[in-house]
Design a protein around this ligand. Sequence first.
Ligand SMILES: Nc1nc2c(ncn2[C@@H]2O[C@H](COP(=O)(O)OP(=O)(O)OP(=O)(O)O)[C@@H](O)[C@H]2O)c(=O)[nH]1
Ligand SMILES: [Mg+2]
Length: 279
Amino acid sequence: MLGNSDITDETWDDVEALLIQADMGVPTTQRVLSDLQAKVRKEGITRADQINNALKEVLRSLLSEPPVPNISGRPLSIILIVGVNGSGKTTSIAKIANRLNNNGRKVMLAAGDTFRAAAIEQLQTWGQRIGVPVVANKPGSDPAAVVFDAASAAHARGCDILIVDTAGRLHTNYNLMEELAKIKAISAKVIPDAPHEVWLVLDGTTGQNALEQAKKFREQVDVTGIIVTKLDGTAKGGMIFSIFNELKLPVHYVGLGEGVTNLVFFDPDNFVNSLFDEN
Ligand SMILES: Nc1nc2c(ncn2[C@@H]2O[C@H](COP(=O)(O)OP(=O)(O)OP(=O)(O)O)[C@@H](O)[C@H]2O)c(=O)[nH]1
Ligand SMILES: [Mg+2]
């Protein structure tokens, strides 16, 4: 897009449009633009085609490496997975559990989404496929009770990590948000300080909507990190920058497909490079 002409007002309009189209959202776009303009002035850049590298550096500077998750497994670490309907919670749990399991961690899953019978079966099917035990109860049973049973069992069996699936919910659903609070409280009854991590799963294809959800969600639960799914599809990925800039939350994993291995650690360098990759 950026030819070898001089930088004009039109160039900046083009860059702004590009960032908005990439799902970056207005506040983060404005920040990137002003950082970029400052950099261009400072470095004496005059041609539009030289902006590319400067933009790459500005974008990279917004991101940071995720911290090591608080899942030492001593005694038992509990990860609570939350998010709206269909964002990819259950699939991401299977992917993460599989990865941890392959790394020699002793993992157990809790079917805390008791809302739909299919949700319990979905988690059980994944558990069988990846060889990780799943604690479940009947559909309609109390999710907090399931989590209590699962945490007790995981602790008794000397597991390192328990990952808790939960029903999809909107931050506006009072009862479901109360249910999350109850699940958190029950976890802490079995293991002090649990849950150790609360990861919010965001559907990357929903862009700025997902960001708005995340803002509301974290007002209700102490979210410690983000998983962005479906970045293999039509998602443009700009929301990742707004997660860092506006939410100040780390992105731990990125989902790149429906398969159990389609999960990568979030790597800021790789991510920014991929955005500029001509191929
Ligand atoms: N392409 C792609 N599809 C994904 C990814 N992650 C999840 N999905 C698909 O998204 C759909 C929903 O995934 P689930 O894991 O069931 O989502 P959920 O958040 O548990 O849904 P609920 O339990 O209904 O709230 C499924 O068809 C998944 O295969 C991903 O990274 N890429
Ligand atoms: Mg689910």
